[in-house]
Design a protein around this ligand. Structure first.
Ligand code: ADP
Ligand code: GLC
Length: 491
């Protein structure tokens, strides 16, 4: 198939979270299976520009209608990454030459509506300029969701290029929908005819993700459990009615994300001080020691070492984790905890404060860690905590399992789909520790329990590590489900 993948971020070019990991790895996995894949991304001079990429071609000027009677001029930079796989960057500095992708110091850029209307429209124009005739236009999250509307609209549905095209919308996180003042409709060029509740209108505002849900041929959530959860008022963030509609008409799928098993591979990881495998885990102890040294924690083998790497966002439940840690550390619990993260300033300060209060026990890296550090944390820790309020898929629990680091997770979304809870009878299949109610006590007790299993049930603990490391989370495992969804979109 000819597949076009539209996303605002992709590893290694620009990343704020898991969307980038997926956009870097899934197109590659599909290309390796023989599909022709073209990825469309914005060109961020201050971010992607640092990589000093060598481009294979430039296409331009690219005319992008913007507003009702106006055209802006952009350029496409194309990189032939691998066989069947190309990346096309939309260059338009007024909107994308910014120090960060979406915000500055946590405050969203005021022109995000215009920026991503422009990006979606430019993506459609780029397909024409590059003479592509896609079978599938796969839009990701609200940033690209308008592509689904454009494809159905009079602006594009008459083109021969799009005769066989179907649109797919992947929802990586329904907490971010792209809701803006309705005046911005002007920039889309769609006209007020689209401003109704079966399209882009949402409580008298614009909602880009909703527009995508209503117009895509198929909608995909990034894990089976999340695809169910978002049908409820609790997890649907106001889009549950639209999604129930989508589910009833058979347009909703839930396909579990994979991970890049080459980038995250304890056997060949060049970023680690020592490599290891399920059969020979000794290198993990070297990593553990390095990790303790790096964070000035006492180098001890007997203490349980927990870690978290995360955006510090409400979604992640890290406020509850800070409360649980306060409780445990005040009670004098013997543990070490490494937190790597940035985001919400209040949470950043809370962890910084805990580090000051409990030196030698809690270590906090404030910021976005370089890859070498995140790999060391994944490899060196005993346990990886993800107490998420909601988690569409979550990648870190899978990275952790691959490195024999047992996840401690709240049962939600992709966490529920990927971690098998220990119950003392299933050490041949368990891979981690699961709790259900999101409160400090539940998390603190689960951490105590995990530490006790490590200390007192060594055989079970070692077996769980092995189970975790043997799990196959490769994209190749799930790519066929995408193929099926693409085919179904043509039925
Ligand atoms: P989300 O996309 O919601 O942030 P995921 O678990 O899908 O959650 O993906 C998070 C990705 O971002 C992982 O690759 C994780 O390692 C990375 N990440 C998040 N915060 C940081 C940080 N402060 N430093 C390094 N990597 C981070
Ligand atoms: C989002 C979600 C995360 C998911 C990622 C990739 O950022 O928060 O759970 O793994 O997208 O799909």
């Amino acid at each position: 198939m000819n597949i076009v993948w539209v996303s605002s971020e992709a590893v290694p070019y620009a990343k704020t979270g898991g969307l980038a990991d997926v956009s870097g790895a899934l197109p590659e996995a599909l290309a390796a299976r023989g599909h022709k894949v073209d990825v469309i991304l914005p060109w961020y001079p201050q971010v992607t520009g640092k990589l000093k990429l060598k481009f294979d071609s430039f296409t331009g000027p690219l005319g992008v209608p913007f507003g009702e009677k106006h055209t802006e001029w952009a350029q496409i930079r194309t990189l032939n990454a691998k066989e069947n796989l190309r990346f096309h960057f939309i260059e338009y500095d007024r909107f994308f030459d910014r120090p960060k992708l979406y915000d500055w110091n946590g405050v969203e850029y005021g022109d995000n509506a215009q920026r991503f209307i422009f990006f979606s429209r430019a993506a459609m124009q780029a397909l024409l300029a590059l003479h592509l005739s896609p079978d599938v236009i796969h839009a990701n999250d609200w940033h690209a969701a308008l592509c689904c509307v454009y494809l159905r609209s009079d602006l594009y549905n008459g083109y021969e290029n799009f005769r066989n095209a179907r649109s797919i919308l992947s929802i990586h996180n329904i907490g971010y929908q792209g809701v803006f003042n309705k005046e911005n409709l002007y920039w889309t060029g769609l006209g007020w005819g689209y401003f109704h509740h079966n399209c882009i209108e949402y409580y008298d505002q614009l909602n880009f993700l909703k527009a995508g849900v209503m117009t895509a041929h198929m909608v995909n959530a990034v894990s089976p459990t999340y695809a169910q959860e978002i049908l409820s008022a609790e997890y649907g963030f106001g889009l549950d009615p639209a999604l129930r509609n989508c589910a009833y008409s058979g347009r909703l799928r839930g396909i579990l994300n994979g991970i890049d098993v080459h980038e995250w591979d304890p056997v060949h990881d060049k970023l680690l001080p020592a490599t290891f495998s399920a059969d020979n885990i000794s290198g993990k102890n070297v990593c553990r020691k390095k990790l303790q040294e790096y964070f000035n924690l006492p180098v001890r083998a007997d203490v349980p070492l927990f870690a978290t790497i995360s955006r510090l966002a409400y979604q992640k439940g890290l406020d509850v984790q800070a409360a649980a840690l306060t409780r445990l550390l005040e009670a004098g619990e013997d543990l070490q905890f490494v937190v790597v993260g940035s985001g919400d300033p209040g949470l950043e300060n809370w962890y910084a404060h805990l580090q000051e209060r409990f030196p030698g026990k809690l270590a906090f890296y404030r910021g976005y860690a370089p890859d070498s550090l995140s790999h060391l944390v994944e490899a060196g820790a005993d346990f990886f905590a993800m107490p998420s309020r909601y988690e569409p898929c979550g990648l870190n629990q899978m990275y952790s399992m691959r490195y024999g680091t047992l996840p401690i997770v709240r049962s939600t979304g992709g966490l529920a789909d990927t971690v098998t809870n220990f119950n003392y009878q299933n050490s041949d299949s368990a891979t981690g520790f699961v709790f259900y109610d999101l409160n400090a006590e539940a998390l603190a007790n689960t951490m105590r329990w995990a530490a006790a299993v490590r200390r007192d049930e060594r055989a079970a603990f070692d077996a769980m590590r092995r189970n975790a490391m043997m799990r196959d989370f490769s994209w190749n495992n799930t790519a066929s489900q995408y193929e099926r969804m693409y085919e179904d979109a043509h039925r």
